[in-house]
Design a protein around this ligand. Structure first.
Ligand SMILES: Cc1ncc(COP(=O)(O)O)c(C=O)c1O
Length: 396
């Protein structure tokens, strides 16, 4: 047994590692980037693939659209979203692009984001602005801003009449921060400005329902913290917008309206979506609240021991802003991983030399290591990283 009690939570989930296909010689401390699919979910998807390959014609032409609709309702219910507002899409990147390209932006319009936003979504904003003549504006939000300060920064940054879309992240990727999205949506609504909430990390990690966020558009990945096969995300569009939302690819289902025209994208492997409820079943079997408490406690533990090893004062360890956030940041020494290239290089070096997978981000000129907690992790994995990382950084 390698688990232990940490602040009242038993961290380390005995014998669960065998339920994943993860390479046992590696510490996987970055669940947040691409998730890890439990074997039971992989098997469920394989059974669906077997069915598909046994008779492709029957699989695609008899009932697949209905099976997808059934899955959508199941996932929407788990997320606390109105099933009629929900469409399945491949991932958060796609969901954001769908929204951006459906808004008919034009010259004089602007899209507002924050400097905690996800890079690929930022690139999508840039391309849509270049295509339409709109402009983008990024609001700087200090890492240490309180929720109230974040809301005020957003309030001051909106330009009613010009701002056609505000994009905020529910849990940010480079900074592992829970943003007060419901309050931000409230502020934007006062000015009639629609909000897209990029909730890539929320499903499975946060107890918050999609309905309580109240955004015009919300997109979340189920393939990160909800154990779904990769390529499973939900886009939730508030009723007044639904008919304006167009898929990136026009398919035979174009005439079916929202959400089927978004979901059906020609001949694709849809088995991941159909197997996604097994991911939720796995989460529920383990105990959703127990998993959340475990993962958050473990990430906090990792932040503390690695931060301590790098000489970061506890007060300088960024707070995630919510009790179930299972990702935590450790600031790297000044000058380390301050550019995207340097961050990539350091991540690869940690993986190669220490057999530890982490996320490294360069954010506003500073390098940050991001640690995640997941049921298959144990405290000693963070302890080992804490022992070996300072030497690796010293050799840089
Ligand atoms: C905040 C945020 N948005 C979007 C994405 C992109 O997710 P995907 O690659 O599944 O589209 C990520 C991935 O980590 C993310 O953290």
């Amino acid at each position: 047994m390698s688990g232990r009690m940490i602040e009242g939570v038993y961290v380390g989930w005995d014998n669960i590692r065998e339920c994943f296909s993860l390479d046992p010689s590696v510490s996987h401390l970055n669940h947040g980037s691409f998730g890890a699919v439990p074997i039971v979910v992989q098997r469920a998807q394989q059974r669906l693939r077997d069915e598909m390959e046994a008779n492709p014609l029957r699989f695609f032409t008899q009932g697949l659209v209905d099976r997808i609709a059934h899955t959508r309702r199941h996932l929407a219910t788990f997320l606390g979203a109105d099933p009629d507002d929900t469409a399945l899409v491949g991932n958060a990147t796609t969901g954001a692009a769908v929204v951006l390209q459906s808004l008919a932006l034009g010259p004089g319009d602007e899209v507002v984001t924050t400097d905690h936003g996800y890079g690929a979504v930022g690139l999508s904003v840039e391309r849509e602005c270049a295509r339409t003549g709109a402009v983008s504006r990024t609001l700087p939000v200090p890492l240490t801003a309180t929720d109230e300060e974040v809301v005020e920064i957003v309030r001051a940054g909106l330009r009613p009449g010009r701002t056609r879309l505000l994009i905020v992240d529910q849990i940010t990727s480079p900074t592992a921060r829970l943003f007060p999205t419901a309050a931000i949506v409230g502020v934007a609504r006062e000015h009639g400005i629609p909000v897209l909430v990029d909730a890539a990390h929320a499903p499975g990690m946060l107890p918050t329902t999609v309905a309580s966020v109240g955004a015009d558009f919300w997109v979340g990945n189920l393939h990160k913290w909800a154990y779904a096969p990769r390529g499973t995300a939900a886009l939730v569009v508030a009723e007044p917008w639904r008919e304006r939302i167009q898929p990136l690819v026009v398919s035979w289902e174009q005439g079916s309206g929202y959400p089927t025209r978004l979901e059906w994208q020609g001949t694709l492997d849809y088995t991941g979506w159909l197997a996604a409820p097994v991911g939720l079943f796995t989460l529920r079997s383990l105990g959703v609240d127990r998993v959340r408490a475990h993962n958050a406690a473990l990430a906090a533990y990792g932040q503390r021991v690695v931060g301590d090893a790098l000489g970061v004062a506890p007060a300088d360890l960024p707070e995630p802003g919510g009790p179930t956030v299972a990702m935590r940041l450790v600031p790297l020494p000044p000058g380390v991983a301050t550019t995207m290239d340097a961050a990539r290089e350091l991540r690869a070096r940690i993986a190669d030399r220490l057999s530890v997978e982490v996320s490294i981000a360069a954010w506003n000129g500073r390098g940050y290591l991001r640690l995640c907690g997941q049921v298959y992790n144990t405290p000693d994995e963070y302890d080992r990283l804490a022992v070996r990382l300072p030497t690796l950084l010293a050799r840089a």
